[in-house]
Design a protein around this ligand. Structure first.
Ligand SMILES: [Mg+2]
Length: 233
């Protein structure tokens, strides 16, 4: 392992935290429902995404739609105005993200072991940059090793974005490891590019493709550092 590259969303931080904080400002929700409501809101968000792109739905309307539909799945209700306030809070809290505690140790280990670090993240350029700054990642990872799909015009799981970083790092694909939570984007992307994948499957998802396997699968972030030490031996 000469390099370890990180996904951002729901890998370096818990994506549910800002959602949870925003929702709880306006609605009393049982703790065990937060994750399923969040996952449902992502599903409805994906559904509305095409309608927003084609101009059939405004972005605001999509924010109301995804939250109201997700809550309705669990017998909960919110007005359109309230949904927009939740969205405002959500957006603000996304600018106040906390790096999951396990990663400080991982970064320190990589730095001391001479393992190059980088990031590949999917999303709009400025939006992802705001999150990366909020996580203070540039303290550990050089800017030139950070690829944002909206900035470079390539996205996971396409191998081109992986190839682009491998080229920048001047490393061969077999020496590069990648850690991410999404089977579809991260594990499949690594498979496409010949990188080694570490699937952080902390939400117990099923693989979306049977013929592709992660090189390593973890259930919890705390398992990453011990795994890296094993790989290095
Ligand atoms: Mg992710």
């Amino acid at each position: 392992m000469k390099a370890l590259i990180f996904d951002v969303d729901d890998t370096l931080y818990d994506q549910i935290q800002p959602f949870k904080r925003a929702l709880e400002n306006h609605l009393k929700v049982a703790e065990n429902l937060l994750e399923p409501i969040y996952i449902a809101s992502r599903k409805y968000s994906d559904e509305a995404f095409d309608a927003v792109l084609s101009g059939e739905m405004t972005l605001k309307a999509s924010h109301i739609y995804r939250l109201q539909r997700a809550l309705a799945d669990f017998g909960l209700e919110i007005s359109g105005d309230e949904a927009l306030i939740v969205q405002e809070d959500y957006s603000r809290y996304q600018g106040q993200l906390a790096l999951s505690s396990e990663f400080k140790e991982v970064f320190a280990y990589c730095r001391q072991a001479g393992i190059v670090m980088g990031v590949i993240t999917n999303g709009p350029h400025q939006h992802q940059l705001k999150k990366i700054n909020s996580l203070d990642l540039f303290r550990w990872i050089p800017r030139e090793n950070v690829l944002i799909s909206g900035e470079v015009g390539l996205a996971k799981p396409s191998r081109e974005i992986f190839d682009l970083l491998a080229e920048k790092l001047q490393l061969s694909s077999a020496d590069i490891y990648y850690v991410g939570d999404s089977f579809e984007n991260d594990v499949v992307g690594c498979h496409n590019a010949g990188w080694k994948s570490i699937w952080l499957n902390h939400r117990n998802h099923l693989p979306s493709q049977k013929e592709i396997h992660a090189d390593y699968t973890l259930q919890h972030r705390s398992e990453l550092l011990p795994l890296l030490k094993t790989i290095r031996q």
